[in-house]
Design a protein around this ligand. Structure first.
Ligand code: SAM
Ligand code: ZN
Length: 193
């Protein structure tokens, strides 16, 4: 190969590297927000905290990640369940987007993946076209931990004990609609103990 051809190949490679670096920077910036930051949480591991007062209905941060189809999503859910069985803890990062697609938010530049669950949440996740955003459900004070309702199904509720610390905590991470059923099951368990 002549020297000239070698040089062109080298510059092609650098152009591609530059394009990928710009993309990564863009993704990184999309996954951050100036109104919140990641800190150690009293609820679990790391959490996300308001860095300033946030008004009700404010769009706080985008939940970004990898678009995956339902087959891949199911495979990853099984992998997470296997980790949970081994370690007793496994973070779930997969969000349902629509009938065909989910978003796996388990990428380091997605700060929103670290938002913990609460039985009395101050945020809510909204799907807008093919994106997911976290919005304030009420006025939030600077320094408050951001939380939303994970909406987990009641099946396997014992795998997801809740430590949100709110006054109305039901003890497990279970979607609000299933609280009556959860309370029934917990009462039956207590009665038969
Ligand atoms: C998506 S991660 C949230 C970030 C997590 N705190 C971390 O440091 O990786 C979800 C996991 O955090 C934990 N978690 C979130 N909210 C919780 C809560 N209210 N009570 C107990 N554990 C919680 C559970 O292990 C859950 O599977
Ligand atoms: Zn709770």
């Amino acid at each position: 190969m002549s020297k000239g051809k070698k040089q062109t190949k080298r510059y092609d490679h650098l152009t591609e590297m530059a394009r990928l670096t710009r993309l990564m920077k863009e993704m990184y910036e999309r996954g951050q927000s100036e109104v919140c930051e990641v800190r150690n949480s009293e609820i679990h591991g790391r959490g996300v905290y308001a860095t300033q007062d946030i008004e009700n209905e404010t769009q706080i941060i985008e939940y970004i990640g990898e678009y995956i189809d339902k087959d891949e999503s199911e495979k990853r859910a099984w992998d997470q369940a296997a980790v949970a069985e081994e370690t007793g803890d496994a973070a779930v990062y997969i969000f349902t987007l629509d009938k065909k697609w989910d978003i796996d938010g388990n990428v380091p530049w997605n700060d929103a993946r670290l938002i913990n669950h609460s039985c009395d949440p101050n945020c809510e996740a909204w799907i807008e076209e093919d994106q997911i955003f976290i919005y304030a459900l009420r006025d939030i004070k600077k320094g408050e931990e951001l939380t939303f309702d994970y909406g987990f199904d009641i099946e396997c509720y014992e795998d997801h004990p809740c430590r949100c610390g709110s006054e109305n905590c039901v003890g497990y991470i279970v979607s609000r609609e299933q609280w009556p059923e959860l309370k029934k099951r917990l009462a039956e368990k207590k009665a038969s103990a």
